[in-house]
Structures are given as structure tokens and as C-alpha cells.
Design a protein around this ligand. Structure first.
Ligand code: GRF
Length: 195
């Protein structure tokens, strides 16, 4: 179909289960976005396979081949421009992005983070949540700003922390919610006129 839908690029580094949730959501006829590009910084990322299985063009941009973060981000930006991208979704993309790159996608770049931000920014969120003894944990979709995991929150989903939870059981409970939340948030942002 011609692209009256917003053209989305998804950036991944790993398994890409959130990418898969977005791909599945985009199959709905009324979904306001289409994933037209998947970029990975890692050749072995299973997210690339998911994209290929769905017939979505992929682009491998290995960060190790660049001497600076700026040069790596420039390469990503170039790929996004070449594909006429409207919006970017970070989905398990494990590189920090430079302020210059983030500014170019201001208001048009989403991230999913496995905690109820502002609690537990950064890595190992499930371990930190267990250590802190919180009763509730969850996930957040937020707009990306230069400061890590600190952009405006769009949506959150909560899960209970249950007796006997391990990092793995808690992560699985949160991930299930991520797969519901991310498509909902993308639908909202893609429907906004400024994007
Ligand atoms: C998810 O928990 C996401 O929130 C975090 O990294 C994990 C990526 O999982 N940023 P996947 O690659 O989408 O399966």
C-alpha cells in the first residue's frame, strides 16, 4: 500500500521480541504505522531474522566499525533519511545515542524500558527491583531525550512482584506486558499530527 501510514524504523541489538510485537501489530489494517526498516548494530541479533521473515528491509551498522559515537550515529541517521523514516522505535537497542542524533529525532523516537521509570534506569532493572523489595514493577514507553531513560513517559504497564520471583520470572512477566504496551504507544504517537 502507499504510505499514508507513518514509516517506522526499529533499532535492535538482540532477540527483538518487542520488534516482533510491533511487526504483528502493524498487520492490523487500521494501524497508523508501518515498519519499513530494521537496523541492528549486531550481526547476530535475532531481530534481523525476524525482520527478514516479515519481508522488512534490514541494515547492519556494526558500532565497532566506527571510531566515534558521532560517526556511528551519523550512519544510522543516514540510513533513516535514505528510507524516508518518520519515526524511530528503540527495541532492545543497547547503544547510547549522542545528543546530536537524539535532537534530529526529537518527539519522534520512542524507547521501551523494563521498569516503571523513573525507578530503575539503566541496566539490570529486574535485579534492582528485587533488591529494592518493591511490590510492583513494570515497563515504560517514553520519548527519547539525551539523558538515558529520562524522556517524557508516554505509557506504563505494571506487574506484581510475587513471592519467590527470580530475575528470570520477573523479567518474563514484564516482557509479556512490554509486548502489549509498545504497540499501544506506537499507535498513539503515530496518530499525532506532528510526527
Ligand atoms: C526488553 O526488556 C527491553 O525493554 C529492553 O531490552 C529487552 C529487549 O528484548 N530494553 P527484545 O530484544 O525486544 O526481545
Amino acid at each position: 500500500m502507499p504510505y499514508s501510514r507513518k514509516k517506522v524504523a526499529v533499532l535492535v541489538s538482540g532477540s527483538g521480541s518487542n520488534l516482533q510485537a510491533l511487526i504483528d501489530a502493524c498487520a492490523a489494517p487500521d494501524f497508523p504505522a508501518a515498519i519499513v526498516l530494521v537496523i541492528s548494530n549486531k550481526a547476530e541479533a535475532y531481530g534481523l531474522t525476524r525482520a527478514k521473515n516479515a519481508g522488512i528491509p534490514t541494515c547492519l551498522i556494526p558500532h565497532a566499525e566506527f571510531t566515534t559515537r558521532e560517526a556511528f550515529d551519523d550512519a544510522i541517521h543516514q540510513a533513516l533519511v535514505e528510507h524516508d523514516i518518520d519515526m524511530v522505535c528503540l527495541a532492545g537497542f543497547m547503544r547510547l545515542l549522542t545528543p546530536g542524533f537524539v535532537a534530529k529525532w526529537h518527539g519522534r523516537m520512542l524507547n521501551i524500558h523494563p521498569s516503571l521509570l523513573p525507578a530503575f534506569k539503566g541496566l539490570r532493572t529486574h535485579r534492582e527491583a528485587l533488591k529494592a523489595g518493591v511490590a510492583e514493577h513494570g515497563c515504560t514507553v517514553h520519548l527519547v531525550t539525551p539523558e538515558l531513560d529520562a524522556g517524557p513517559v508516554l505509557m506504563q504497564a505494571k506487574v506484581p512482584v510475587l513471592p519467590g520471583d527470580t530475575e528470570a520470572t520477573l523479567a518474563a512477566r514484564v516482557l509479556e506486558q512490554e509486548h502489549i504496551l509498545y504497540p499501544q504507544a506506537l499507535r498513539v504517537l503515530a496518530s499525532m499530527p506532528h510526527v
